[in-house]
Design a protein. Structure first.
Length: 64
């Protein structure tokens, strides 16, 4: 794990299901071929989580 990972140039994106109404949204950005960063779109400077694609997939499946 990279505790000081610089995500300045990261390509963050919101879900296509997210609207422009300011709702609760997560943004994701690939950080490598093995990890994805996740952050709160309302508070992007408060930090991020870094997970594997399998973990993110399992989380999304659990939400459904």
């Amino acid at each position: 794990m990279a505790p000081n990972l610089d995500l300045t140039g990261a390509q963050w994106r919101k879900s296509s299901y997210s609207g422009d109404t300011g709702g609760d949204c997560l943004e994701v950005a690939p950080t490598s071929t093995t990890h994805i960063a996740i952050r709160d779109s309302k508070h992007p400077t408060l930090g991020h989580l870094r997970v594997t694609p399998a973990t993110l997939t399992a989380f999304v499946q659990w939400l459904k």
